[in-house]
Design a protein around this ligand. Sequence first.
Ligand code: NDP
Ligand code: 8X3
Length: 253
Amino acid sequence: MRKIIFITGATSGIGKASAHIFAKNEYDLIITGRRKERLLELSEKLKSTHKVDVLTLCFDVKNKEEVKMAVASLPDNWKKIDVLLNNAGLAVGFDKIQNGKIEDWEAMIDTNVKGLLYVSHEIIPLLIKNKKGHIINIGSTAAKTVYEKGNVYCASKFAVDALSKAMRIDLLEHGIKVTQVSPGATETEFSEVRFKGDINKAIDAYKGYKPLTANDIAPSIYYVANLPKNVCINELEITPLAQANSTSFFKEI
Ligand code: NDP
Ligand code: 8X3
């Protein structure tokens, strides 16, 4: 029987690259995000390239009613989810705490922390019912070392780190694996979102070194999801060669 992965934030970056690699390896996919056109386009691409089944769910992880309705709408044969990839997330703004905007803080906490919880709240009962499953949360190097102007984004990822550890403990009795994959600098739409569409600032974030791409991260996500039943990788931290942690880079500029 084919396996099913449920991916949040599949319209771009790490989520989209993960959709491709799981589809290539014959997983059926539930791909989600707010941008419907992109979901439909990706769905067509995956179906035609890999001959897999794809279901699209368009919702905002910040909205708990939307999340609840989306998961409730799944036909029974799509409820046997093997892997939940909690990937949807963002940084908004890059300011010192004293200059921070409350709406930016709320967007990050509501998406990265509360959104991940809303989705998990709806999917975990399905995994428990199926007596198996794997939750993969996308953390960050920002959850290990706080950096200047990272304040609330770092705090949101520290929360994800705590939740990954807590989920692993609480779900032990159900045989559900929990893995956190924590990337460093990865060139996706992340910086464009963080700098609110300022492309020059987004490009600057990757100046002087070779960042990761989403395609560098996705194979590791696939790898941790496909180990023998008795093996769980709890955490994987992945950085570009030129990055040791959130604050230590070797830049050739
Ligand atoms: P992208 O901006 O390329 O992708 C983010 C994805 O999240 C999009 O598909 C977006 O979809 C989705 N998303 C954002 N907000 C919401 C929302 N409210 N509801 C539903 N979906 C949402 O960035 P990345 O691929 O880089 O980011 C993926 C994850 O990786 C995030 O959790 C990020 O924090 C983390 N990360 C990124 C790093 C990097 O350097 N890029 C490093 C470490 C971690 P849509 O807009 O269609 O809703
Ligand atoms: C994203 C990586 O370094 O911009 O989580 O925080 S960083």
